[in-house]
Structure formats: C-alpha cells, structure tokens
Ligand binder design. Structure first.
Ligand code: C5P
Length: 227
C-alpha cells in the first residue's frame, strides 16, 4: 500500500482511571495498541505504520507490535511522543520514509476502527481530497450552558457531526499544516488544515471506531474483540 498511518499512542489516558498509559491497557489479553495496529494492517491500502509511544516504552512496544506485523508486509516505525497529541503526530510524521504520498492519522484509542473505514478514508484522499475525516451524525440533543449549568440555547444538531479517526491527508498538506502550527492546541489534525484555509471533506464513519476514553467505553469495546 501507498499509505502510511501515524498512531499517536503517547497519552496517559487519565480519564480511563489509574494504571498503564491508555494504549497499553489490555482488553481480552492484548493492549489496545495491538488491537489498533492489527486492524490497520488488515486494510489493503496500508504499507507503513509509525507509532508515537510514551517515553521509555519503545522497546516494549517494539516487542508487542513486531509479531503483529510479521508477514503482513507492513513496515513499522516507533518514536517517543511529545507533551501534546499534536506534537506526537508531528514527531511521527517526521519518521515516515519516502514513497507514502497519503498519510492517515489514527488514535490508538479508536482501537476497533474497521479496516474498511481505513480504506474508505484513504480512497477519498486518493480521489483528490487534501484532507478527509470520518464523521457520524450527532444523536443527542446538544445544549449550550452558562457556568452554573443553566441552559442558554439549543444547537441545531442537523449541521453537526461527531468526528472520528483515521483522518486522511495528502502528505504535503499535513506536513505544511504541522509546520505552520506547533502550539499543540489542536485536538485533531484536520483542524490544523482548516486553520490554514484548507478544504476538509467527510466520509461516513463507523460506530465501532468509538474512542475508548472512559471505563464504560472499555466495556463496549469488549464486545468488538474478535472471537
Ligand atoms: O487524550 P486524548 O484521548 O485526546 O488522546 C488521543 C490520542 O492521542 C490517544 O491515542 C493518545 O495516546 C494520543 N496522545 C499522544 N501524545 C500525547 C497525548 C495524547 O500520542 N501527548
């Protein structure tokens, strides 16, 4: 495949409760990162994966992921992540070899994103989009509140979308966005492209690409583990 995937996995995952960094928490006997990379490697488009890991975890993550990718033809790079997600992505991007014109960025926390979603995002970039994000409709009613929690307004949810990963980019576009913007504040990479005035398009997301953030999410994700 001509697609490289950056996997920011260097966060502490404090909202999941005390313990290992989130990407290394286990579900059904394997760390979330292993579930995530296994699915990425199942996507036809993927040729290389670069994971940003917590400081001190390069050797242990290498030992975890090398057997996952053995025989798949997918290359692996590992970098130590930065203080903020955005920096972890920039460090991983700098470690991608030549020959990958399409870059996807995928949170380890979305460990059960299906391979078809990965291929769908990459195909939309290949078809000409600079930046592509998978989205779902918002099912809840969304309200604005004041600091006391009193409601000040109801938002029109028909124009809202919940955004997932993998997000896909032409490599030059992602590199330019990260070069201009290094303050670390963005919560997703498409946001950096938007700030530059770039056009970001959408494809349908997948419910199984949920972000594992809180303990309840782990219980849901347990239903998605391969038998
Ligand atoms: O904290 P949050 O859930 O938004 O993190 C999203 C993803 O970014 C996670 O996979 C996490 O491991 C990663 N991350 C990172 N480097 C940081 C902070 C978060 O790679 N400094």
């Amino acid at each position: 495949g001509d697609v490289a995937v950056l996997v920011p996995a260097a966060g502490r995952g404090e909202r999941l409760g005390p313990g290992l960094p989130k990407a290394l928490r286990e579900l059904a006997g394997s760390p979330l990162l292993v579930h995530a990379v296994r699915r990425l490697a199942q996507a036809d488009c993927v040729g290389h994966v670069v994971v940003a890991v917590p400081a001190g975890a390069v050797d242990s993550v290498s030992a975890l992921l090398t057997p996952v990718l053995a025989g798949t033809g997918v290359g692996l790079g590992l970098v130590v992540g930065g203080a903020e997600r955005q920096q972890s992505v920039a460090l991983a991007l700098a470690a991608v070899p030549g020959g990958y014109p399409i870059i996807l960025v995928h949170d380890a926390a979305r460990a059960f994103a299906p391979p078809e979603l990965v291929d769908r995002v990459a195909a939309a970039v290949r078809a000409g989009s600079d930046a592509v994000i998978p989205v779902l409709p918002v099912v809840d009613t969304i309200k604005q509140v004041d600091p006391d929690g009193a409601v000040t307004g109801t938002v029109d949810r028909s124009v809202l979308r919940a955004v997932q990963t993998p997000q896909g980019f032409r490599r030059t576009v992602l590199a330019a966005a990260h070069a201009v913007d290094t303050d670390g504040g963005a919560t997703d990479d498409a946001g950096l492209v938007e700030r530059l005035g770039g056009r970001v398009t959408t494809v349908p997301g997948a419910e199984s690409a949920l972000k594992i953030t809180r303990p309840f999410d782990l219980q849901v994700a347990a239903l998605l583990v391969d038998p």
